[in-house]
Design a protein around this ligand. Sequence first.
Ligand SMILES: [Zn+2]
Length: 301
Amino acid sequence: MRQIGLGRWRLGMAIALVLALGLSSRALAASPEGMRLYVFTSHWLGPFAKAALQTGAPNVPVTIPVAFFVIKHPKGNVMFDTGVNDKVIKDPNYWGPLFQVYKPDQKPSLAMLTQLRKIGMTPRDIKYVVLGHMHLDHAGNVGLFPNATVVFQTSEVEAAFWPPPGAASPYITADFAMLRAGIGNPLPNAQKVIQLNGDLDLFGDGSIYIHRSVSHTPGSEIMVVRLPHTGTVVLTSDACYLQENLDKDILPSIGLVYSPAGTLEGYQWIKRVRDAENGDVIFAHDPDVFKAHKHAPEYYD
Ligand SMILES: [Zn+2]
């Protein structure tokens, strides 16, 4: 030890300090300042029977929002779900017979590009598009983001392109056909994708966490957003439709559930995160919960 000169000792201490700080800053990884969560709705759906969303519900009509979200993050902006394809504004036939079933409103003010302008963004400002699943009211506008990296589960993209029996109707192939590479390409993806078979901490800082839920569809995704001031917000996409479904563990009608057991497991996961982190939950389709939140251009930070 005595041979080590003062200079070398200082160097050693400096290295030790850097290592210690490096370790501690990793241990204290936290959501970065500057994060914002914007809440939007695409074209509202309905009225249709509430029993579709909640087994055993009285036969009352509901009209529901189609929430989608933009998260501003210093490492890149993230969109969660992309709403109803804006083609329905001018062309109801784009949804075929489903137009009469779900009755999307056709307000031009709800078009994706018009709404992004409210927060000063264009599709080029979105680095990641995360799909809660690929049904017609969630992957509708994914084609507007050719420069983004699209994040989905393997099982979802397989189900979307060739759905299991009984599950075909809510997937509209034209919504996402552009994700496939052209003839002769060895890889299936035409743009950057992150194809998952499980969960992902998108930026490695815990601030945006994607959870696979085999529930509403084979590859549904729930997103946990941890904001520096607001705290934790769970975005369910269609892993759960309504607050009441979550509170009372009620399933939707069977036609809208790929896995009943997986759906109940998803409810438990959502509640566990919410309760452990004293968080908030925003559903894609609960009108009361949607109305109770701030909407873009207002935001949560
Ligand atoms: Zn939906």
